[in-house]
Ligand binder design. Structure first.
Ligand SMILES: Cc1cc2nc3c(=O)[nH]c(=O)nc-3n(C[C@H](O)[C@H](O)[C@H](O)COP(=O)(O)O)c2cc1C
Length: 161
């Protein structure tokens, strides 16, 4: 089984999740190729048994470059996908951190729903979704994030090909 993992990490948190996911999947004999979408042309993406999309939250939505990537990407109808996002922890501890210009954006998060909407409209089939919180606007990831990645990975059906 081959997974192509596309993320839009800016501050490195989503990139760490991708590496952890890859490490865990490699232990199960699954190939994971990681790409930052800033280095990928959406029309030139390789075939995969499953596509994984990882996006940071921006003003309650997926990062704009991820939204554009998902709309343009060369994805065959019926392809399987999973999505994992990083969002600012909405706990009282982090609520004092202001998101520039739209300070309440974190209160109405549509990051995962908007990714699903775009991909479902394109005929892709969701296998799993997950969310890992960051504790500050640029990270770090919340404690125990590796376990969250593990739980997410365990929800992806393994194909023996
Ligand atoms: C301009 C800006 C807007 C942001 N807006 C949101 C938001 O609406 N919701 C949220 O949960 N996090 C928001 N964040 C925090 C991001 O979730 C965080 O930077 C990201 O998860 C880090 O991932 P990365 O290290 O992979 O880039 C924002 C961050 C920036 C810089």
């Amino acid at each position: 089984m081959k997974i192509e993992y596309f993320h839009g990490s800016v501050y490195g948190n989503g990139a760490m999740i991708a590496e952890e996911f890859k490490k865990q999947m490699n232990e199960k004999g699954i190939t994971v190729n990681i790409h930052n979408i800033k280095n990928v042309k959406p029309k030139e993406i390789p075939n995969a048994d499953l596509y994984l999309f990882g996006s940071p939250g921006r003003f309650g939505k997926p990062a704009r470059n991820m939204q554009n990537f998902l709309k343009k990407a060369n994805l065959v109808q019926g392809s399987k996908y999973a999505v994992i996002v990083t969002e600012l922890n909405p706990s009282p501890d982090s609520s004092s951190i202001r998101i520039p210009t739209e300070e309440n954006a974190g209160m109405c998060q549509q990051v995962i729903p908007l990714i699903n909407k775009t991909l479902n409209e394109r005929g892709l089939v969701k296998m799993a979704e997950g969310k890992v919180f960051v504790t500050g606007i640029r990270g770090p990831l919340e404690d125990g994030w590796q376990k969250i990645v593990e739980e997410f990975a365990s929800r992806i059906p393994i194909q023996n090909t």
